[in-house]
Write a protein that binds this ligand. Structure first.
Ligand SMILES: Nc1nc2c(ncn2[C@@H]2O[C@H](COP(=O)(O)OP(=O)(O)O)[C@@H](O)[C@H]2O)c(=O)[nH]1
Ligand SMILES: [Mg+2]
Length: 218
């Protein structure tokens, strides 16, 4: 977390995982609550911002969200991409065993390129496909992987409105809830407080969004 003019904090969140798992769709859903305009192919959004407000601390936080621009081949993402990351969303597709089998490689990338303070959340995307019998990866297997590597774990769908909250399954939520959980954990780490002992709610609220198609200037 760093300081920047006009904002008390900047948090950097990176998305990684195999290509086609829906990383770009999730960023669009989170920032604009829409699907990408050309939903059939990945577009080169590399860097997006969203401003959130942490009610607890009264701080305005600028999120810098980094999405790979088609370089998801293992080891082709540069160290620059990970540098200073406060949080990482490791995304796989619940209907794709291949994307799940790549997770150990991605985990090694995270371990080698981020600090121990980086909060990692395993995100099983495309869970809308479950109702058509297309689930390949069970929640138990995913939860086991996440626990082994000390990651948070949630499932979602980029097709769902970002604030979706499916009461029947607390592990399946809209992407807004996943970001909130991850930011809360990242802020708690910054303050050196164990997240599990925190009773306060972050209550991140959107103030405005700035989709930025250009490369990061930072
Ligand atoms: N059914 C379904 N399809 C999705 C979802 N998210 C993305 N997709 C599809 O997966 C394709 C790849 O998405 P994209 O965001 O480009 O993946 P990326 O390569 O990881 O950035 C898109 O063309 C969509 O058709 C989702 O939540 N559910
Ligand atoms: Mg993409």
């Amino acid at each position: 977390m760093e300081e920047s003019e006009g904002f008390s904090e900047i948090l950097k969140v990176v998305l990684i995982g195999a290509s086609n798992v829906g990383k770009t769709a999730l960023v669009y859903r989170y920032v604009l609550d829409e699907l990408p305009p050309n939903f059939t192919s990945t577009i080169g959004v590399e860097f997006t911002k969203r401003i959130v407000f942490d009610k607890t601390s009264g701080q305005k936080i600028q999120l810098h969200i980094w999405d790979t621009a088609g370089q998801e081949r293992f080891k082709s993402i540069t160290k620059h991409y990970y540098r200073g990351a406060d949080a990482c969303l490791l995304v796989y597709d619940i209907s794709s065993s291949e994307s799940f089998e790549e997770l150990p490689n991605w985990h090694a990338e995270i371990r080698d390129n981020t600090t121990k303070d980086c909060v990692v959340c395993l995100v099983g995307n495309k869970c809308d496909l479950e109702s058509s019998g297309m689930r390949s990866i069970s929640k138990e297997d995913a939860a086991r992987f996440a626990e082994k590597h000390k990651m948070l774990y949630q499932e979602t769908s980029a097709l769902w409105p970002r604030e979706s909250n499916l009461k029947k399954d607390r592990n399946q939520v809209g992407i807004e809830h996943i970001f909130n959980m991850v930011l809360q954990a990242a802020i708690a780490k910054q303050k050196d407080e164990p997240i599990l002992n925190k009773s306060i709610k972050l209550n991140v609220q959107q103030m405005y969004s700035i989709p930025d198609q250009g490369a990061c200037a930072c």
